[in-house]
Ligand binder design. Structure first.
Ligand code: SF4
Ligand code: SF4
Length: 248
């Protein structure tokens, strides 16, 4: 099962980089060195952002702005470690797993869809409809049917869904993310140290690079959705757009 919902930051068998831990090893036997102060700076910026998150009155625009600020903090870490990771452009097995997102992240994607002209937008809509049809068919097979807007429902369906080998609706034919700037947090923090083939369905699991910065960002993204969007649910990416709501 590879539900990309909550990275298990507490799993002691997986490498977790903490402040003061200078380096870890990648699959090529190279040390991945973390620049001094990078993680401390990221955590400091996230702490400062949490103050703004809670002091602002709930607002969609504020929530979207805060999400973008969190993304830029985690990207700053990702950009500095990328060369030591196995992840490369066009390497996209990870885009076939069920990526769970919060309401706020889905609103960023909704804006992106709405701003994009056809035929790209129609292609996404068609792919979203197809993936939702499949998700619903799988959820109906459970007795009782799984609720895809709850963690337990997602876990029930994800193995069967991933066996169907359907890429994310936003993965292009060139295996590049077509909404890269607006992709959800879990797509941004999915950095892998082991062989990319471990990310293929049925293989692995891959060993992911984890840091307290990613963990903290993950907590804050959830808080933003609860405070600014009054919605604490998580859902697979396409399922936020079921019924064609807002994407015509
Ligand atoms: S997470 Fe795995 S499949 Fe995705 S880019 Fe990294 S190595 Fe490739
Ligand atoms: S949003 Fe982009 S990076 Fe994330 S799963 Fe979809 S195609 Fe992949």
């Amino acid at each position: 099962m590879s539900l990309n919902y909550v990275p298990d930051f507490s799993d002691p068998s997986l490498p977790t980089l903490e402040i003061g831990h200078p380096a870890i090893m990648n699959v090529r036997g190279e040390e991945v060195v973390i620049p001094e102060g990078l993680l401390e700076g990221g955590l400091r910026d996230l702490d400062a952002l949490e103050g703004a998150l809670l002091s602002e009155p709930p607002s969609r625009q504020t929530g979207l702005g805060l999400l973008r600020r969190i993304f830029s903090i985690v990207d700053r870490v990702g950009d500095r470690v990328a060369s030591g990771m196995s992840c490369r452009s066009g390497c996209a097995a990870c885009c076939r797993v069920m990526v769970a997102t919060t309401r706020g992240e889905s609103e960023l994607l909704r804006d992106r869809i709405q701003k994009t002209p056809p035929p790209q937008r129609s292609g996404w809509n068609e792919a979203i409809r197809e993936r939702n049809g499949l998700l619903e068919e799988i959820s109906r097979r459970s007795d009782p049917p799984s609720d895809l807007t709850r963690l337990e429902g997602l876990i029930d369906t994800c193995e069967s869904y991933e066996r169907e080998n359907r890429p994310c609706p936003f993965l292009g034919p060139d295996r590049m993310c077509q909404v890269y700037e607006d992709r959800p947090l879990l797509c941004r923090i999915c950095w892998v140290l082991t062989d990319p083939k471990d990310c293929e369905p049925g293989e692995g699991p891959p060993v992911k690079f984890r840091t307290a910065v990613f963990q903290r960002a993950h907590e804050l993204v959830g808080k933003i959705s609860r405070h600014h969007f009054q919605d604490g649910r998580v859902s697979p990416i396409p399922y936020w757009f079921r019924d064609g709501n807002g994407i015509g």
